[in-house]
Design a protein around this ligand. Structure first.
Ligand SMILES: C[S@@+](CC[C@H](N)C(=O)[O-])C[C@H]1O[C@@H](n2cnc3c(N)ncnc32)[C@H](O)[C@@H]1O
Length: 206
């Protein structure tokens, strides 16, 4: 891990790096069970995934983030909470989902508060786009779920307009997900304290 030293290095030793894999990861070998896989794209400081992992021991959780410093925070919480059912990947989300996951293998993908890239000329950097939908469609198991939440109305609107016309998915109600409080992430808490409104959709692969 090159220039990363000391404390961060030790915590990151348990983090997978996308560039180390030329083919998909055998998650069942790593977790030592065949429990369903739940992925958070852009897991930030790992609040949501660590609390989900400690609540739900019957699933395996995988957090992906492009910033290693965020993954250090994820690992700190993991160690503190002694969560054995969560693994972190340091990598770009599209590449990680594409390369490290077998098709039809992921039960649920959460995308809470993706970077909004608010300026119009930066919209092209937004992760949620047609190619990304095609990718997560491929990676989800049949009847697998995808959940999106943002505090940026125009990001929600743009994403929702792509998904609502996509016949490969059906919209579902959030009731099925009471088990997971998807706003209980670092950014969820932060924006809730600012009284921001959240916009979300919950979909299932047909
Ligand atoms: C606004 S934060 C939200 C973090 C977390 N989901 C939450 O709700 O607290 C967005 C996160 O996505 C990560 N991110 C942005 N683009 C990414 C990409 N293309 N691949 C992987 N992670 C990405 C950022 O590093 C950041 O940690």
């Amino acid at each position: 891990m090159g220039h990363i030293k000391g404390y961060d290095y030790e915590l990151l030793e348990e983090v997978l790096r996308v560039e180390d894999y030329s083919t998909y990861v055998k998650w069942q070998d790593i977790f030592k069970n065949e429990n369903k896989l739940i992925v958070e794209v852009g897991c930030g400081n790992g609040h949501f995934l660590n609390s989900s992992a400690s609540e739900d021991k019957t699933s395996n959780f995988i957090g992906i983030d492009i910033k290693y410093k965020r993954l250090v925070r994820c690992r700190e919480k993991q160690v503190k909470q002694n969560n054995k059912n969560v693994i972190w990947v340091w990598g770009e989300a599209f590449i990680t989902l594409n390369n490290l996951f077998k098709d039809s293998s992921v039960y649920m993908i959460f995308m809470p508060f993706p970077d909004p890239w608010p300026k119009r000329r930066h919209h092209k950097h937004r992760l949620f786009k047609k190619e990304f939908i095609d990718l997560f469609y491929k990676k989800l198991v049949n009847s697998g779920f995808f959940i999106f939440i943002t505090d940026f109305y125009d990001y929600y609107e743009e994403s929702f307009s792509l998904i609502k016309s996509d016949k490969r998915f059906e919209l579902i109600t959030p009731d099925e997900f009471q088990q997971y409080d998807i706003t209980a992430s670092y950014f969820g808490e932060k924006w809730r304290n600012d009284n921001r409104t959240f916009y979300s959709f919950f979909i299932r692969k047909k």
